[in-house]
Ligand binder design. Structure first.
Ligand code: IPE
Ligand code: IPE
Ligand code: MG
Length: 234
């Protein structure tokens, strides 16, 4: 394990958990087995992040583009989602974790929408880690929805500032991510947090998501501490 004493713990870590399918394929298993294993890794990561003192952990669970996958895979992901929402409620309560969902939940079946609302409602007073799950989330979709809401609310005399716009995003009230981790080696954003990642430090590891663990997270934090964040200054 890395020694994190004297290290800055990023306040907000965003994660693109990728590589479940490849993890399964390498073992001759169906892709859904990779997703199942990936869900277990999400649970463990929530506990680790809470222990390390990270304030916000935002994971990409299902993108607006992931509906393009086979009916079987989407169905299996929805079933896993149903199952893990119940487990997550328990874990969140045990670890003082507040759960929040971003993305357009209206596309899900009613029981899933009810589960999401319940998770948020029953954990809203928790004061530890805020665990944010991006489901049916796309950065472009979020921006377009924000513009729609803004136009409906618009009062001519109010100037549109970055702060005002950000308050219409799903992430309203949250700090921008300090560190973005993507597993399984892909060097792209895949429509994740397009507005919020403007000045985020990016870390990509070849580790496939189901194999991700505390050691991998600590490696990313050590690397984050070696970065110089300039925000455009000289
Ligand atoms: C990430 O793993 C999980 C989701 C996108 C739901 P993938 O399913 O994308 O796994 P790979 O990229 O095919 O290996
Ligand atoms: C990004 O992974 C979305 C999630 C992790 C939920 P994908 O596997 O869908 O991304 P691409 O298709 O490789 O860009
Ligand atoms: Mg993938």
């Amino acid at each position: 394990m890395a020694d994190l004493t004297n290290m800055v713990i990023p306040r907000h870590v965003a994660l693109i958990l990728d590589g479940n399918g490849r993890w399964a394929k390498r073992r001759g298993l169906p892709r859904t087995m990779g997703h199942k294993e990936g869900c277990k890794t999400v649970e463990k990561t929530v506990e680790i992040a809470a222990r390390l003192g990270i304030d916000y952990l935002t994971v990409y669970g299902f993108s607006t583009e992931n509906w393009k996958r086979s009916v079987e895979e989407v169905g299996a992901l929805m079933q896993l989602f149903r199952y893990y929402m119940v487990r997550l409620l328990k874990i969140a309560k045990e670890n003082n974790v507040r759960v929040r969902m971003i993305g357009d939940r209206r596309r899900f079946d009613q029981d899933i929408i009810d589960g999401i609302n319940r998770l948020e409602e029953e954990t809203k007073e928790n004061t530890g880690l805020t665990f944010v799950i991006a489901v049916n989330y796309g950065g472009r979709d979020e921006i377009v929805r924000a513009v729609g809401k803004l136009l409906r609310d618009r009062k001519d005399e109010v100037p549109i500032t970055e702060e005002l716009f950000a308050s219409y995003l799903d992430t309203a009230g949250m700090p921008d991510p300090d560190l973005l981790i993507r597993t399984s080696g892909e060097l792209r954003l895949s429509n994740y947090l397009l507005w919020q990642l403007a000045y985020t430090e990016i870390y990509v590891t070849d580790c496939l998501w189901p194999d991700f663990n505390q050691e991998e997270l600590e490696k990313a934090i050590v690397q984050y501490n070696n970065r110089e964040r300039r925000f455009g200054k000289a």
